[in-house]
Design a protein around this ligand. Sequence first.
Ligand code: AVI
Length: 321
Amino acid sequence: MQKNPTTFASIFEQEVYEGLMAHPKRLSSKYFYDEVGDKLFQDIMAMPEYYLTDCEFAILESHKDEIVDLFKADGSAFSLFELGAGDGKKTKILLRHLIKNGVTFDYRPIDISQNALDQLEQSLHEEIPEVEINPIQGTYFDSLRDIGNSNGRRKVILFLGSNIGNLLHPQAVEFLGNLRSSINHGDLIFMGFDQKKNPQTILDAYNDKTGITEAFNKNILARINKEMGGNFELDNFLHWEVYDPETGTAKSYLVSKKAQTVTIESLGLEIRLREWETIHTEISQKYDDAIVEWLAKQVNLKMVTQFSDDRQWYKNHVFKK
Ligand code: AVI
């Protein structure tokens, strides 16, 4: 029997239902992240193939003086929001440097995962106790409301890790447009963009031989099993990555190795998958200056400056209203 769509217990349930009923099938990568997924993503960031983290780390480390000067602006107190803060490892470079320079700010990390926020709060208390932290649990979209409704302080918004790349261009434009509406003149947006590069380097980053990315991709099936009474056999799916060097879009799939039927109890759903049928799970967009300029123009954001690593594999752009 099929589910009455008005009775979903959560947006997660609704999106799983809609995605698995669609042709072709899809599931959203925002649901990779639970306690297991957070840990897997931390393992990904530590992999030698996943160059993004090291590049951004190097940018923040080598340009921290200029970045802190930018954030400090006229010296007035500000709130430092971070969308999708995760473990905050890279952000701690900036937090330490802000504290060292006597800058007045509070840190407002936003993450979908309460577990990630709890760990971040604890590690900050231990490592940089001077930082005033006000965590906010929610999606990027919820967070815009929090940013818009915040006190009268100046705002600096961090969106690191090329997290914007997990949105398709139309979604990214919508998101950036909303982000623009939730800030004031004088506020800054500091955003990471992974760059187009040798396609093999990109494929390797999303298809490590140790299988960490595979486990990360499959964690969405594991979550459906755990949280919705699903019976996906994870070994019956192949992790598959493709990269289009023309558009700069990397896409992740789960490919059904055989014809199979899966049931998801709490959705009252029985899904048939054909042999080699795909479930699209994630996009990781890669950028060049032209794409970033196009995005900024679409939403009328002004480009302030940019920072890059030695190989130009990754860039942090700064925008203002
Ligand atoms: C969080 N996000 C920017 C990562 C990315 O690169 O798209 C997630 C990820 N997926 C596979 N590896 C890492």
